[in-house]
Design a protein around this ligand. Sequence first.
Ligand SMILES: Cc1cc2nc3c(=O)[nH]c(=O)nc-3n(C[C@H](O)[C@H](O)[C@H](O)COP(=O)(O)OP(=O)(O)OC[C@H]3O[C@@H](n4cnc5c(N)ncnc54)[C@H](O)[C@@H]3O)c2cc1C
Length: 225
Amino acid sequence: MSLMKPDMQMDVSFYKVEEIRYLTDETFSLKLPKARFAFKAGQHISLGIVGGNQSREYSIYSGENDENLELLIKEVDNGYFTPRLRKLKAGSMVEVHGPFGKFGMEPELAAKGKFVFIASGTGIAPFRSIVHTYPDIDYRIIHGVRYSKEAYDRAEYSGDRYTLCTSRDKGGDYNGRLTGYLKSCKFDPETHFDLCGNSNMIFDALEILKDKGFDRDQIHCEVYF
Ligand SMILES: Cc1cc2nc3c(=O)[nH]c(=O)nc-3n(C[C@H](O)[C@H](O)[C@H](O)COP(=O)(O)OP(=O)(O)OC[C@H]3O[C@@H](n4cnc5c(N)ncnc54)[C@H](O)[C@@H]3O)c2cc1C
């Protein structure tokens, strides 16, 4: 979270919201015109509403070469910013700072590496950006959510690459927490792991991967909250 200071002018661009796509009752994607905005898959931006005084970080959900700049946002109960974002309409003005962050993919590694992307909730956003940008990448996604309706844009990933873990209904490929599934998995020793989402999931997943013998330098994390 950040408070925008009036003199904070670095890398700010103003965009008209082009489309809002509702994926569930709480989660939506904001599509902005991409214009000349350049970023690396995996990076995030800081988003503000024009006329507001707050901003929040959001991973970029679209690929580097996609037509739009897209974000995946979940409305948080009693949150400050997301209920305001949810009220935006096509045509509303937002401001984008960034891009920021080192989480992501080196093009050379994308061509030869083996990846496991571990996401909770909207933490799948940077991985969709990576898969859009590097469609030939050798990846698996393990996605942990509460309800199966939160398998955001699942149809875009081929079935054997995407595993949905649902903790509150039985509609997942695995019924239970992502970490329970992870414990049962076998991975190639050369695998690179990228983890994104809430800190509890990330700390637990790190322990599980450590117990499986993976080095910390094979694992990269992006913590949302
Ligand atoms: C690098 C980075 C990238 C991020 N990318 C995304 C993204 O792609 N999509 C996205 O939806 N969020 C993302 N977030 C989280 C986002 O920045 C905000 O924290 C979130 O939207 C809540 O804002 P709010 O003002 O509504 O809630 P606040 O009023 O700021 O917070 C209310 C409470 O909700 C908790 N909280 C924050 N996010 C969630 C959540 N998703 N589910 C449950 N509780 C939460 C906070 O810890 C806090 O206790 C990212 C955060 C970081 C640091």
